[in-house]
Design a protein around this ligand. Structure first.
Ligand code: NAP
Length: 504
C-alpha cells in the first residue's frame, strides 16, 4: 500500500468534508460516531493517523446514549468503569449515572480530544466495495470516499425490534419503541402500557411508577432482578478525584477486575459459585421486597438467574408496588383502538403504548451493502447469521475491522473496555500493512471455522443455555456472546496470532 494515498472524496449532496482535512498517510473510514467510533478516531489521531473520516448517520454523536432518552435511562455499569480508560471523569454524579450525563461525557471527550473535525454527520453509509485494494464508500446523500481501512463501529443494540402483535396499527393512542421515546408528550395524566420487562422496561417502571395516572406492565417472562443501590457521588470524593486522577484510574481498574471476576468470568460457567450467589441475592431481593404473595409469585422467574442478561435495579420491586402500577401477566391477545386486550378477555385501556421489546441484535453493519474481495457480498456471507473471527475480521473482507462485532463479549460489564482491547488488537493488524509486511489482511476461513466450532462447544457450559429465551441466543438457541472468560478475551486481544490471518 502507498502510505501517502490520496483521498477521492466527492459529494453529490450533503456536507462536503472540511477543507482542512488531512490527506497524507493511509486513509481510515470509520462508520459510526458512538462510543466505539469515537474511540477509533481518538486512538488513530493519537498514533499520528489523521487522514480519516467518521461517517455518522445522525446529526449528533453518542450512539446508544443519543437514541435512548426514555425516563430513567441510565447505565447499570458503574460510571467509573463505563468511561474511557484514557478519559477518567471526576464529575460523574452517581455510581450509575443517567443517560444524558453519559451523552454529555461523550460530547465533552470528543471536544477535548479534538475529533469533531473528522465527523461527517447526517451521512448514512449505504455501500462499501473493496476494489483494487481499497474500500469505496457511498452514503445515502451521495458522498463518495475511498479509504485503505474501514473500521465498522455500528453498535449492537441499535435496531429497535417491534413485536408482531395483531392490531398494532389499530391503536388510536400514541405508541413508540423505548429507543424512540417522544419526550414532548406529557405523561402525568396518561394511562401507559409498557410491553416488556428487560433492563429498559425496568428502568422506565422505576422512573414513572406512581407519577403517572396508570402504568400497566405487560410481562411475558418474569426477570431476576439484582438489587444494587445507586448512591450519588459525594462532593468530597469528586474533589479528591479531580485532584488525584490516578485514584480514579485505580478505581476504574479495580472495578474492571471486579466485573471480570464476578460477572464475565462467572456466567460462562453455569455451576460457578458466583452464579449461585447471584441467584441467592436475586431470590432474597424478591422475597424481602415484594409483600403481596400473589405479586411475588407472578414476579418469580422459572429459570436461573443470569440466564437472561441480569437486570440491575435499586428499586424495581418497590416501584412495581406503587399506586397506579399494575403487573399484567395474562398473555397479550391483540391491540385494539383503545388499548391492549389480553387472552383472559380483559381490555386494558391506554393512552400510550411503549414497546420496550429490545433490539435486532444480529444486524451489525447491515443494512449496509458490503462487497469484499472479488465482489463477495456480506449479505450472502451472513445470510444465516453474522460471524467474524474473534468478532473482528471476516474472511475475504480485507482491511475491514469491526468493533463490538458478532460473538464478542456482551453482558453486565463495560463495552468501552471491550472496544479498547479490540482497537489495540486491530491496530496491530493494521501495522502489518503499514509496515509493508502485506497489503491486505483478513482472517482465514479456517480460523473463523475453528473459532465458531470452539465457541459453540464452549457455550454449552454457560448459564445462558440453562433454559430461558434471551437475545444472547441465536435462532438455533446457541449463545451469540463470547463464551469464555473475560481474562481469555484479554489474552486473545493482547497480540494477534498471525497464522490465523491471510496476508496478501
Ligand atoms: P430485552 O432485554 O431484549 O427485553 C425485551 C423485553 O420485551 C422482554 O421482556 C421480552 O419478553 C419482551 N417482549 C419482546 N417481544 C414481546 C412480545 N411479542 N410480547 C410480549 N413481550 C415481548 O430489551 P431491553 O430491555 O431493551 O434491553 C436490551 C439490552 O439493552 C439489555 O439486555 C442490555 O444489554 C441493554 N440495556 C442496558 C442498560 C444498561 O443500563 N446498561 C439499560 C437498558 C438496556 P421475553 O423475556 O419473554 O422475551
Amino acid at each position: 500500500m502507498n502510505n501517502t494515498s490520496t483521498n477521492e472524496v466527492s459529494t453529490q449532496q450533503g456536507n462536503a468534508p472540511e477543507s482542512s482535512e488531512h490527506t497524507a498517510g493511509p486513509r481510515f473510514l470509520i462508520i459510526g460516531a458512538g462510543m466505539a467510533g469515537m474511540l477509533a478516531a481518538i486512538k488513530l489521531q493519537e498514533a499520528g493517523y489523521t487522514n480519516m473520516r467518521v461517517y455518522e448517520k445522525a446529526s449528533e454523536l453518542g450512539g446508544t446514549w443519543r437514541e435512548n432518552t426514555y425516563p430513567g435511562v441510565a447505565c447499570d455499569v458503574p460510571s467509573q468503569l463505563y468511561s474511557y480508560s484514557f478519559a477518567p471523569n471526576p464529575e460523574w454524579s452517581h455510581f450509575f449515572s443517567p443517560g444524558n450525563e453519559i451523552e454529555a461525557y461523550f460530547k465533552d471527550v470528543a471536544a477535548r480530544f479534538d475529533i469533531m473535525k473528522y465527523i461527517q454527520f447526517n451521512a448514512e453509509v449505504t455501500r462499501l466495495d473493496y476494489e483494487e485494494g481499497r474500500w469505496h464508500l457511498q452514503t445515502e446523500g451521495g458522498i463518495k470516499d475511498v479509504g485503505d481501512f474501514v473500521i465498522a463501529a455500528t453498535g449492537v443494540l441499535h435496531h429497535p425490534s417491534y413485536p408482531d402483535i395483531k392490531g398494532m396499527d389499530d391503536f388510536e393512542g400514541i405508541s413508540f419503541h423505548s429507543a424512540r421515546w417522544d419526550n414532548d408528550i406529557p405523561l402525568v395524566d396518561k394511562r401507559i402500557g409498557i410491553i416488556g420487562t428487560g433492563s429498559t422496561a425496568v428502568q422506565i417502571v422505576s422512573a414513572l411508577g406512581g407519577s403517572v395516572k396508570e402504568l400497566n406492565v405487560f410481562q411475558r417472562t418474569a426477570q431476576w432482578v439484582l438489587k444494587v443501590e445507586n448512591p450519588p457521588i459525594d462532593e468530597n470524593d469528586k474533589k479528591r478525584y479531580r485532584e488525584n486522577i490516578d485514584e480514579l484510574r485505580g478505581l476504574h481498574d479495580s472495578l474492571s477486575r471486579w466485573f471480570s471476576d464476578n460477572f464475565a468470568n462467572a456466567v460462562v460457567d453455569a455451576d460457578s459459585e458466583m452464579v449461585k450467589l447471584m441467584e441467592k441475592l436475586c431470590v432474597q431481593n424478591l422475597e424481602e421486597n415484594v409483600n403481596d404473595p400473589v405479586l411475588r409469585e407472578a414476579l418469580r422467574p422459572n429459570y436461573r438467574a443470569a440466564c437472561k442478561r441480569l437486570v440491575i435495579s435499586p428499586n424495581f420491586y418497590e416501584a412495581i408496588q406503587r399506586p397506579g402500577v399494575n403487573l399484567i401477566t395474562s398473555k397479550i391477545d391483540r391491540i385494539e383502538k383503545n388499548g391492549i386486550r389480553t387472552v383472559d378477555g380483559e381490555l386494558h385501556e391506554l393512552d400510550i403504548i411503549v414497546y420496550a421489546t429490545g433490539f435486532h441484535v444480529d444486524a451489525f453493519m447491515r443494512p449496509m451493502a458490503v462487497f469484499g474481495r472479488g465482489g463477495e457480498s456480506l449479505a450472502d456471507v451472513w445470510h444465516d447469521r453474522p460471524s467474524a473471527y474473534l468478532s473482528i475480521s471476516i474472511p475475504e473482507f480485507p482491511n475491514l475491522f469491526m468493533l463490538n462485532g458478532p460473538n464478542g463479549p456482551v453482558g453486565n460489564f463495560s463495552l468501552i473496555e471491550v472496544a479498547e482491547l479490540q482497537f489495540d488488537y486491530i491496530m496491530q493488524l493494521i501495522d502489518q500493512v503499514l509496515s509493508g509486511q502485506c497489503r491486505e489482511i483478513s482472517a482465514t476461513r479456517d480460523a473463523l471455522e475453528r473459532f465458531d466450532e470452539d465457541r459453540i462447544e464452549a457455550a454449552k457450559k454457560t448459564v445462558w443455555v440453562t433454559g430461558c429465551r434471551s437475545w444472547y441466543l441465536d435462532d438455533r438457541g446457541i449463545p451469540v456472546a463470547w463464551p469464555w472468560t473475560f481474562d481469555r478475551f484479554r489474552e486473545e486481544m493482547a497480540a494477534p496470532e498471525l497464522s490465523h490471518y491471510e496476508r496478501v
